[in-house]
Design a protein around this ligand. Structure first.
Ligand SMILES: CC(C)(COP(=O)(O)OP(=O)(O)OC[C@H]1O[C@@H](n2cnc3c(N)ncnc32)[C@H](O)[C@@H]1OP(=O)(O)O)[C@@H](O)C(=O)NCCC(=O)NCCS
Length: 345
């Protein structure tokens, strides 16, 4: 695996550790008892301890399985924390992170962890694990906001004390040549907002979504995923690690019946590059492979040409128009399991 030298988010740059980082690491977090309270390692008594850790981390970069970044603030360049793959368990990376107290409660680690987990998915890992001590409220929130599923609690011995640890994991749904699809989470808010609150992208909808509407959309996806194991999933572009839209299956009222429907919404920067086709075909294949339904639909405003062309490119057939309960006239498309099987031969 060729490791990325930096990962950029809205407010941060993750970069590899280097000699000299011991000063900021020591003063910002390694010497702070509150920061290390829930971590697996004891507080650094002096900067020599930190220096030798940094030296060993720099040496470990020779090993291609080492994935460890320092977290720096874009504005000032200051090093305020770290995030890494702590270990691999049967090939599954377990993530760990820590950060200076002055940066807590600003959504920074949620942002860092979101980018880091998507980086791990884009380089080919299918599942990611993380654990947090039960009373570590902040860390448990960061993990939950990133859509990780609670697996269970284990008791472990830490520095001669018995502690309760929450275990979490997250699996991606599927990947294609250019994309990874994974469950949607609260940490996707801004990226999703850039899509469904954009008037041009949503011109065939009654209105672009407002702030509450974006959160409702996420909540609806989370609920569908929990209940049915499918939903609209977040679409991550492998090249940049960014969430550029959603695509997946949801239950929709079509012809006055609740039917599984492939839906899709892409950030307008990525329209007309074949991404719609790539993601909908992968979702269609996933749906017929993992579920027993014999048909899947797409429907869209009667004038939404990009959408109905995408449905056609997805092997679907136009059936008829249908007027929704809100009075919107839609085209209805469908592909049956037998049509899909023929297509795949
Ligand atoms: C619908 C959407 C996801 C399509 O994504 P995309 O990546 O641009 O689509 P692709 O490049 O894969 O194109 C898929 C097919 O649609 C056609 N197409 C895409 N945009 C088109 C346009 N503006 N006009 C005509 N055809 C178009 C492509 O030519 C291709 O057909 P082909 O395989 O026969 O060449 C994108 O336009 C979008 O996000 N729209 C806003 C949200 C939306 O309306 N979603 C659907 C709600 S029902």
């Amino acid at each position: 695996m060729k490791r990325k030298s930096t990962i950029e988010t809205e407010r941060l740059i993750l970069r590899e550790f280097k000699l000299g980082d011991e000063y900021e690491m020591f003063s910002n977090w390694a010497s702070d008892p509150e920061v290390v309270k829930y971590l697996t390692w004891p507080i650094h008594e002096n900067i020599e301890v930190t220096r030798s850790i940094i030296q060993s981390w720099v040496n470990q970069y020779q090993d291609p399985t080492t994935i460890r970044y320092g977290i720096t603030l874009k504005e000032s360049g200051e090093l305020v924390g770290g995030i890494d793959v702590v270990k691999y368990i049967d090939g599954v990376p377990e993530v760990g992170y820590c950060m200076a107290k002055k940066c807590w409660n600003k959504g920074i680690m949620t942002e860092v962890f979101s980018a880091f987990k998507d980086y791990l998915f884009t380089v080919g890992f299918e599942k990611i694990m993380i654990r947090a001590e039960v009373p570590n409220i902040g860390s448990n929130r960061v993990i939950q906001k990133n859509g990780f599923q609670f697996v269970g609690v284990k008791q472990e011995i830490k520095q001669d004390q018995l502690v309760d640890i929450n275990y979490y994991e997250l699996s991606r749904i599927l990947e294609t040549d250019r994309l990874v699809l994974r469950p949607m989470s609260d940490s996707d808010y801004k990226s999703l907002q850039a899509v469904i609150s954009d008037p041009e992208t949503m011109k065939y909808y009654a209105a672009p979504y407002d702030e509450a509407g974006v959160q409702k959309w996420i909540d609806w996806c989370k609920a569908s995923q929990a209940k049915r194991k499918f939903s609209l999933w977040s679409v991550i572009l492998k090249e940049t690690g960014q969430m550029i839209g959603d695509c997946g299956v949801s239950m929709q009222m079509i012809d006055d019946e609740l039917r599984p429907e492939i839906g899709y919404h892409l950030n307008k920067k990525y329209h007309r590059q074949g991404i719609g086709k790539e993601m909908t075909q992968a979702v269609r294949d996933y749906f017929f492979t993992h579920f027993e339904d014999n048909e899947v639909y797409s429907y869209m405003d009667v004038n939404n040409e990009p959408s109905y062309k995408t449905a056609e490119a997805n092997g679907m057939t136009y059936l008829h128009n249908y007027v929704t309960k809100d009075g919107e006239e839609c085209r209805v498309y469908r592909i049956t399991r037998s049509e899909w099987e023929k297509l795949k031969k």
